[in-house]
Design a protein around this ligand. Structure first.
Ligand SMILES: Nc1nc2c(ncn2[C@@H]2O[C@H](COP(=O)(O)OP(=O)(O)O)[C@@H](O)[C@H]2O)c(=O)[nH]1
Ligand SMILES: [Mg+2]
Length: 465
């Protein structure tokens, strides 16, 4: 079905300057193509790479057509099937400069290799059956991971966390299908009442297992995209100053003029191993100015999508009617109340403050510009991350949008099969639903796939992976 008969090559390390750079080859001719450019000494001694044992390293030189030395390299030969792609792989460890790497790649292509497409090495690992599609997706996630928790979860997925749950569900469905087919083949043995009951329970069980996986979609999303923390409040309370202080750089423009921030500004930091997307917003206030109105719209949109709000008050001003209105517009969203500008005289009525806010949110007093108690504020956010209040903890499985769509289709078929049993439909009709559910399930691990789906998944990879 998938006959791969060419050899691909790519620079597998990022472009730029680095200690070493790696050019990788995979395919039936990987070794012979590498031999054509590799010499074991400066005296143009060729070596017989076929005599090199697998998974060993060789020192030598890459030379061009004119015999000119391109680079001094280490060559790794790995014979399939114990390789990333299950094919023969050669890796050339060169100096990490873009010139030698490109020149080596050019020589390899001249000797018969084809430039690899993005993710093509991993695609071969999938097509050759070393990993399934969910694991291949996990590799892309792992490379993209910006935080330790993202890396940890995608490594679990790569080790088969999702795949094994899918396999378990699939096995139960296969049993169910077999049971149904048996009663189609022997119609006189129509499904007995208690075997119908068992069947029904099995299907219901799968239904709730899939619901459970779908529930994890939200936490997977947070892990993937990060926790959205929106800094909100009236104009001039110090939102942009707080963003800058948290980032330790002057990212947002800060002036004493209200309405300085017109757009939402987003930056990422890592807290407790978790990706946190800090969003500074335009001040929330009533306005007729068109530009400010647009900024307001964006601020409100960010608020709607936020996982946590840092609601900033100006301690030097006291609580205003606007502050109260803004706070009530959060609609019970998880909020930390931060009283800013405590370096100035405090004009807040403590009692009013506690009456109004204490039952809803932790209160932290800070100064954004003087960096007072910023660590205290961070501790509160970290605490919420640690105890799982705003981010998932533990062993989540990443259910991507693609998986979600498939799982919903699977559950649709299973619900139909359950209805079929309850309504005493013929076994052959119920069996069709169960088989369709099995086939949909195979789309997650890639037993069932088409080129479009593969293209969509692997085009997200970098070249050389
Ligand atoms: N004294 C003092 N001034 C602050 C503090 N935080 C912000 N400001 C000042 O308040 C004004 C508005 O700050 P800005 O960050 O632009 O507020 P935003 O409109 O909420 O983004 C600026 O002049 C800041 O220097 C603070 O902690 N103490
Ligand atoms: Mg601002």
């Amino acid at each position: 079905m998938n006959i791969i008969n060419d050899t691909i090559a790519a620079i597998s390390t990022p472009p730029g300057q680095s200690g070493i750079g790696i050019v990788r080859l995979s395919g039936p001719d990987a070794i012979s193509i590498a031999v054509s450019a590799f010499f074991s000494s400066k005296k143009l001694d060729r070596i017989d790479l076929s005599k090199i044992s697998s998974h060993t390293l060789r020192y030598g030189f890459i030379r061009d057509e004119k015999g000119e030395t391109i680079d001094e390299v280490l060559l790794t030969v790995m014979r399939g099937p114990s390789t990333y792609t299950r094919e023969d792989i050669v890796e050339i460890n060169a100096h990490g400069g873009i010139v030698p790497l490109k020149e080596i790649l050019r020589l390899l292509v001249r000797s018969g290799a084809r430039l690899a497409e993005p993710g093509e090495f991993t695609k071969r690992a999938f097509l050759n059956g070393r990993i399934d599609l969910a694991q291949a997706e996990a590799i892309a996630d792992f490379i993209r991971a910006k935080t330790t928790s993202q890396a940890r979860i995608s490594m679990k997925q790569l080790e088969g966390a999702l795949s094994s749950e899918i396999l378990e569900i699939k096995e139960t469905l296969l049993e169910t299908a077999a049971q149904l087919e048996a009663s189609i083949d022997f119609p006189e043995e129509e499904l007995e009442l208690d075997s119908k009951e068992i069947l029904l329970n099995k299907l219901k069980d799968i239904n709730s297992k899939i619901e459970n996986l779908l529930d994890r979609r939200e936490s997977g999303k947070i892990l993937r995209e990060g926790v959205k923390v929106v800094i909100a409040g009236r104009p001039n309370v110090g939102k942009s100053s707080l963003l800058n202080t948290l980032l330790c750089r002057e990212r947002a423009i800060v002036t004493p003029v209200p309405g300085t921030t017109r757009d939402t500004i987003e930056e990422e930091i890592e807290l407790e191993g978790c990706l946190v997307r800090l969003i500074d917003t335009a001040g929330l206030c009533k306005t007729e100015n068109l530009l400010e109105k647009e900024g307001l719209k964006r601020a409100e949109m960010s608020l709607k999508e936020s996982d946590l709000v840092i609601f900033l008050l100006d301690g030097n001003c006291g609580i205003t009617r606007e502050d109260r209105e803004i706070f009530s517009s959060f609609n019970g969203r998880k909020t930390i109340l931060a009283i800013n500008k405590i370096d100035l005289p405090i004009r807040l009525d403590e009692k009013a403050l506690h009456n109004f806010f204490s039952h809803v949110a932790p209160i932290v007093k800070i100064s954004a510009t003087q960096r007072i108690n910023i660590e205290g504020l961070l501790q509160v956010v970290k605490g919420l991350l640690r105890n799982g209040e705003i981010a998932p903890k533990g062993d989540e499985i990443i259910v991507s949008l693609r998986h979600e769509e498939i799982l919903k289709n699977v559950n649709g078929r299973i619900s139909e099969a359950i209805r079929g049993i309850r309504e005493r439909r013929g076994e052959e009709l119920i069996a069709i639903d169960v088989k369709e559910a099995i086939s949909h399930l195979g789309e997650i691990t890639g037993e069932v796939h088409n080129e479009d789906v593969l293209d969509r998944i692997f085009s997200k990879f970098c070249i050389g992976k």
